[in-house]
Ligand binder design. Structure first.
Ligand code: ADP
Length: 400
């Protein structure tokens, strides 16, 4: 059926809006569609006003347009579709249309073109256009779902981080009370009650102290995840020296030799980056082998990033554990073998990733390990699209 009255298609009918001034051509097109297996409802219009009106009224699934009309140009239908923010395939159905014009029309957004003396091709062109539109819709749906999931994940991560921060912060005070008073108990009553009581008090003091360090570590870990960090030019020579100074007792006791030369200045949060060096050098000393620790800190510029390495001659790490050791509280040894809570490397990972870099470890041929991490040169790092650095008042920030 061909009409120029407002109406909508019956279920199962393909709703077509046809821009055409020639009634006979319109009838031929409708016939070609029926012959091609379509149940159609065609609305024919001749100018922009009618087109816009019918577009809104009958929500067509496909638009057919003659290229040359006395009062309008078929291609301008595309501008109306854009204005109305509608994704409806538009096929040009025209008399002779030069190749150049046809290509130009496709470039401008027409889905296809069919010549009036080749209408048998029209049903197939429509089927393909509808199929492509369907794929576009599905792809858009998938993209939207994905964006929603990423958003939900980011929000729930932020909630969790906030929770961990508040919990570890607020737990400190009552825990300090428990630790102080059990210590007081130990000092006052050690040796005055029976052996069993001494043992219990010792367990209580030990447990409270351990929990305190755990909570402090957790708080330190949460702090690294705060939404925004300030980046400043950071001289790595200086922060590595400070890290070594802070480790003075362990360096002296182990006879460690730490070497580094001409490290670069990078845009970073100095105290966080110093913490990374301190944790890595501290571990290199703690997990030493039979010989005194030899530790080399080095850096080289590669593909837009500074690649830092901290290599040791310690006990090494089995390949199957290299991924796990960067997770919170993951340790490969008991506290009796080596002290620690298993949070040092997770802090390193977090700091490095907040700066837009990556961290990994490999085993050395001599049995030791080499930790490698990157810090992007400059401030434009946007790892996995998650962090954006920006300048404000001459200061640089990285935020989520
Ligand atoms: P912690 O030092 O408190 O155990 P970390 O998160 O710093 O926690 O390290 C996790 C684990 O990774 C350590 O328990 C250890 O098994 C392993 N590890 C870290 N650094 C080294 C190293 N330089 N050599 C060998 N093993 C290491």
């Amino acid at each position: 059926m061909t009409t120029n009255k407002l109406h909508s298609a019956k279920p199962g009918q393909l709703q077509v809006l046809h821009v055409e001034d020639n009634q006979l051509d319109a009838e031929l097109v409708a016939r070609a569609l029926r012959q091609g297996g379509f149940e159609v409802s065609v609305v024919v219009v001749q100018d922009e006003v009618e087109f816009t009106q019918q577009l809104r009224a009958c929500r067509p699934e496909v638009i057919l347009a003659d290229y040359n009309l006395p009062h309008w140009k078929g291609m301008e239908a595309l501008d109306v579709l854009r204005r109305e923010d509608l994704d409806i395939p538009m096929i040009l159905v025209s008399g002779a249309l030069g190749d150049m014009t046809a290509v130009e029309c496709i470039k401008r957004g027409a889905t296809d073109y069919v010549l009036k003396d080749g209408l048998a091709r029209l049903p197939e062109a429509i089927r393909r256009a509808l199929h492509e539109k369907n794929l576009r819709r599905l792809r858009k749906q998938v993209d939207e779902d994905l964006a929603k999931k990423v958003d939900e994940l980011a929000r729930s991560n932020a909630d969790l981080e906030q929770f961990a921060y508040v919990a570890s912060h607020d737990l400190q005070e009552p825990l300090r009370m428990v630790a102080n008073y059990t210590q007081l108990l130990a000092e006052r009553y050690r040796g005055k009650l029976d052996d069993q009581a001494d043992k219990y008090i010792h367990y209580a003091v030990d447990g409270a102290t351990r929990m305190q360090t755990l909570i402090q570590d957790l708080l330190a870990y949460s702090r690294v995840g705060r939404p925004e960090i300030e980046l400043k030019p950071t001289e790595c020579d200086v922060i590595v020296s400070s890290a070594i100074k802070n480790l003075y007792a362990a360096v002296r006791e182990s006879g460690a030799i730490v070497t580094f030369s001409s490290l670069p200045t990078v845009m970073a949060n100095s105290s966080q980056l110093q913490q990374v060096f301190q944790n890595l050098i501290g571990n290199a000393i703690k997990f030493r082998g039979a010989n005194p620790p030899q530790i080399q800190v080095a850096a080289e510029e590669k593909e837009g990033a500074w690649v830092f390495s901290v290599a040791d001659n310690g006990i090494g790490i089995a390949p199957e554990h290299v991924a796990a050791i960067f997770t919170v509280f993951k340790r490969l040894h008991t506290r009796q073998e080596y002290p620690g809570n298993g949070i040092g490397l997770s802090i390193c990972k977090r700091v490095v990733e907040r700066h837009g870099g990556r961290i990994s470890v490999t085993s050395n041929a001599n049995g030791g390990s080499t930790f490698v991490f990157t810090i992007p040169v400059g401030t434009q790092a946007q790892p996995e699209g998650r962090f954006i650095s920006h300048e404000h008042d001459g200061r640089y920030f990285v935020s989520r």
